[in-house]
Write a protein that binds this ligand. Structure first.
Ligand SMILES: [Zn+2]
Length: 284
């Protein structure tokens, strides 16, 4: 178990974070995925740069299924997701780091399942959407590098690529959302279907619309400038490195049995043939 790579899905991974960086293309039933391999804190990692190497791929155009499949096929069992996000909760401020424990899906057009085209019904449990074993590891690592870490919170995932309106932010507040971002769903859902552990480390880089004079992604005074030149990205990478180093060898959670009790029908040929079926879930 010690040799399996830890997965990381992120917007950018610096050379300070990743040693021995190499690119590999993984063919999947959903198309190919570009994966960066290397080592973080001495451990093997497989990294998805979700917006592409040049950060030009918006959230709604990401090939989520290929990315998750590729990580699984490389032997990944745990995925750390880095999500630079906005706050919709006034007590959560830019500069904070949130380790979410729940999410709201406000996406509209994205693939919902790895099993969409198959004669089966997969209905995984989402009582604990984020891995309960990974979350405290991430929170402890983040606390070493950040003055304010919020170790729970509801991540509202919106479709994008535009930002939310003030009315939408108010609606998310009423619905219990704490932070808002665009790529979490369906990554977290597909990871559960693939029986992967998945947890998010979310640096806050702005307030939502209506909570600040404007929301600007690129350029002077933008959230990207705040994140990448203000030191927050460096602190998040250090937290990720510490979390990778501290990740226990054995999984004590239920993420690896997510299909047990959640699968009904004919097992797809690809599920039987590929590494996704190394630990079959319960049958019909
Ligand atoms: Zn888990």
């Amino acid at each position: 178990m010690n040799g399996e790579p830890i997965g990381l899905i992120t917007s950018a991974a610096s050379d300070q974070l990743v040693a021995g960086r190499a690119m590999t293309k993984v063919d999947t039933p959903f198309g190919s995925a570009d994966i960066v391999t290397g080592r973080i804190a001495g451990r093997a990692v497989a990294i998805v740069l979700r917006y592409g190497a040049d950060m030009t791929l918006p959230s709604h155009k990401i090939n989520f299924r290929a990315n998750i499949w590729a990580l699984k096929s490389l032997g990944v069992t745990r995925v750390i997701s880095q999500n630079a996000i906005g706050s919709v909760n006034p007590v959560i401020r830019p500069g904070d780091i949130v380790i979410s424990d729940d999410f709201l899906d406000r996406t509209k057009t994205r693939p919902l399942s790895l099993f969409d085209d198959e004669a089966c019904w997969v209905r995984v449990d989402m009582t604990e959407p984020f891995c309960p074993q990974m979350r405290p590891v991430l929170a402890t690592a983040a606390a070493k590098h950040s003055p304010r870490v919020i170790d729970r919170g509801v991540f509202a995932c919106t479709e994008g690529p535009r930002f939310e309106t003030p009315a939408e932010i108010r609606a998310l507040q009423r619905d219990g959302g704490d932070i808002v971002g665009t790529p979490l769903v369906p990554e977290v859902v597909l990871a559960r279907e693939a029986e992967l552990c998945f947890a998010s480390i979310a640096p806050v880089i702005n307030f939502g619309a209506g909570m600040a004079p404007a929301v600007t992604h690129f350029g002077a005074g933008s959230m990207a400038e705040f994140y990448y030149t203000g030191g927050l990205h460096d602190r998040v990478e250090k937290a990720i490195a510490d979390a990778v180093a501290a990740m226990p060898a054995e999984r004590t959670c239920k993420c690896g049995q997510a299909l047990s009790g959640g699968f009904h029908g004919k097992r797809p040929a690809w599920l039987t043939a590929c590494s996704l079926d190394r630990k079959p879930g319960g049958g019909a």
